[in-house]
Structure formats: C-alpha cells, structure tokens
Ligand binder design. Structure first.
Ligand SMILES: [Zn+2]
Length: 277
C-alpha cells in the first residue's frame, strides 16, 4: 500500500504543474498593467489633475453715506441709479442715511434699495453733531429717530451704524446698540464733487475712480457719498472695472458675516481669515 502511494506522487505533481500552467496566463490577463490604467483614464474628461480649482471670488462692500439723495430733480434719482447699476452685476451696496432727509419721496428710494438687496444703516439724524463730544441725549435721540425713519420704509430691522467722521467714543459705541462700521478705503469723493465745467467734472470723476481702483483689495469696505453726481459716475467706472477683475459687490453684513458682528465693536474691512468661504 505504501509502495503504491509513492508510485503515484510524481503523477500527482505533474497534474498540479499542468493545471498551474493552464491557469497562470489567464491570471496575468486579469491584472491591469500601468499602460491599461493610463488608457482608461485618458478617455475621461474629468481627470482630477487636469481640473482647475475654482477661483474664489473677490468681494468688496461699496458704502454710500449722507443720503438719501432726497430731491428727485437736483439729485437726479441717484439712489435708484446706483441700485440699478449694481443690479447689472447682481451686486448690492450699503447706504448710511441721514434721518432728516427721509420723507415720503426719498422713503420710496429706500424701499427700492432694500427690495433690491441693499442694506440700510444709520449715519445721523441731522449730521450736525460729533457723536464723540455732543450731549449724550442728542446722541441717543439722533440714533433713535433715524432708526425709526429707516425702518418705516426699508421694512427691515436696522443692524448697522456709521457715525459721521467715524467719530464715537468706546462707551457710546456700546451704548448705540450697533456694530460700528467704518472703512479702510476712502474714495475722498467729497473733495472732487465740483462740476463747474465739463472738463473739470470728468477729471474729478477719474480721480475718484482711481483713488479706489489703484488701492482696492479683496475684503475692502469702500467709503463714498450718495449725494454727488461725480460720485455716482465714478462708482459706475469702479463697478464695471472691478467686475471685469472678478470682484463681487456685497453688503457690509455679507462681507463681514452677520454672525460675526458684535455690538460696540468697530469694523474697517473683512479680516483675511474671513474672506475665503
Ligand atoms: Zn456723513
């Protein structure tokens, strides 16, 4: 019996060898080679290495003080025109208003701006006082009266405050009940409001636009004024030019993030770590 088993061992080994040789070519065919891998992926159009990462949009907040541009004739409906210009690019601005310029006529401009995504904040009621030095009672009533006048037409709760000249004490900033929104890029448009002749007006418009375009960066809060024709025309140049450079025009709350705004704290622009989202 033992002798018989020993006799068959070479046959069994031979059988195993034959089976292995028959199977092994198939196994090799099933293993994809590196050439096969390259061929497979080159057929697809979404190869990761060829996809450009999406470029994050640059954003600025254009802000306009001292409105509403209250006389529809002498101010040529500047509020409406600014809102319409920004709407060409799905953009919006933030307006800081003077309460005693709000009436049933200018109120409609506020309503129009608000309905088109613009943000309306408090500037002052009379623009006659420095809020860091005036009587405390005047300070609080200027705020309260402007807040009421804006909300009557905007249909939204006011959430921002920019004191005239950026002047306010730390304790009054807290007492205001609002975040204080200042700016980091000043167009100095009020210096170049003269339109005494056409050539001068055109030169002034170009200076205002250049004051912004030569310095602008992602996250800036840009200071302009709503009530000058030159400011409006410069804003149109700025909006067209920056849009072509990939900028978006957002409200202050969008730029800074509503959830980041704290009562009494002062903001100048969007910190770099808040810009990319
Ligand atoms: Zn002002």
């Amino acid at each position: 019996m033992r002798h018989l088993l020993l006799k068959y061992i070479p046959l069994v080994l031979l059988f195993v060898l034959v089976v292995f040789l028959l199977i092994s070519p198939n196994t090799e065919e099933n293993i994809p080679t590196s050439a096969d891998v390259r061929t497979d992926t080159s057929d697809t159009t979404t190869e990761p290495s060829e996809t450009e990462p999406p470029t994050p949009k640059k954003r600025v907040a254009l802000t306009f003080d001292d409105g509403p541009a209250y006389d529809s004739n002498s101010f040529q409906r500047l509020t409406y025109k600014l809102v319409d210009k920004l709407a060409e690019y799905d953009g919006a601005a933030t307006f800081f208003l003077v309460g005693n310029r709000i009436n049933s006529v200018t109120g409609e401009a506020i309503r129009y701006a608000s309905e088109h995504g613009c943000e309306i904040g408090i500037h002052a009621y009379t623009h006659d006082y420095n809020f860091s030095a005036c009587d405390y009672g005047i300070f609080t009533s200027e705020l309260k009266d402007t807040e009421a006048a804006i909300e009557k037409y905007s249909g939204k709760e006011v959430t921002l405050f920019r004191p005239p000249y950026g002047a306010i004490t730390d304790s009054r900033a807290v007492d205001s009940g609002y975040p204080i929104i200042l700016w980091n890029l000043d167009s100095e448009d009020w210096r170049y409001k003269s339109r005494s002749n056409g050539t001068e007006a055109q030169k002034n418009i170009e200076i205002i636009a250049d004051n912004i375009l030569s310095k602008v960066e992602d996250g800036d809060i840009i200071l302009m004024h709503e009530i000058y024709q030159n400011s409006y025309e410069a804003a149109c140049i700025v909006i067209d030019t920056l849009s072509a450079q990939g900028y978006e025009f957002v409200t202050v709350s969008e730029l800074l993030g509503e959830e980041n705004l704290k009562i009494g704290k002062t903001y100048y622009n969007a910190p770099q770590n808040q810009i990319a989202d």
